[in-house]
Design a protein around this ligand. Sequence first.
Ligand code: SF4
Length: 263
Amino acid sequence: MARLSQADLIDLNRTFEERSPQELLEWTRSIFGDRVAALSSMQKSGNAICHMLSSVPLEMPILFVDTGILFPETLETRDRLMQEYGLKIRTLYPAQTIAEQTTEKGVLYLSPEGQKECCELRKSAPLDAVADEFDALIGSLRRSDGGARGACPILAVDTRLNVLRINPLVNFDDEQLAAYIKENNVITNPLHDQGYTTIGCNRCTTPVLPNEPNRAGRWRHLGPWSVYCGINPTDMDPDRSPAVDLSQDLVDRILGRSTDYMI
Ligand code: SF4
């Protein structure tokens, strides 16, 4: 095994700033083969990634965490993506139902500490169960989301899952994303048209007013508007300099030390 740190990726990240999302997806598939999956919560950015994967095309599993308390529109969006784009979407579940969890621990999401525990149990832990199957996960974070995502790198090491996170849409601003969705008639969650700028569990998501930040509808009851679920590690601690352990061959390929691929 070989160590790959965030610092090792500085030059590659700089080079990749000029790449289109589709080029970054193709690079990812060429490097990681069958050991890569995309992660989507069925919101606009994730759906744009799903559309790109189906139109390039690049076949890979899409991982979707069903917390058991999602809006029916979110599940319907997942089903439409499978049926209309032919995607293989793999749904992951928490160990307990929300009823079992509430019986054991009470209603967690009403306090900041409880929210962390609830999101850990219902969003992050289900990914742990499949982490060994992958060396890379494609996400859909965008810098224009602001907050902790304002400086999100394209390539980020994820020490918890021991994978490389790839975010091909980091440079897509709101206008570019809207244009891509319109031009390609991308399937979107109908809740976006009802004032939900971002969408999570039905217990912790509300619509937002036109003059509010995009994430104002998430955990509104906890305020201020800087809460994240933790499923994306760069949301939580973007300044650390972590490293993951991958095979030497794979690290060489990521860093371009061999020449058996083209980007
Ligand atoms: S968003 Fe709310 S209900 Fe969903 S996992 Fe997090 S705290 Fe629990």
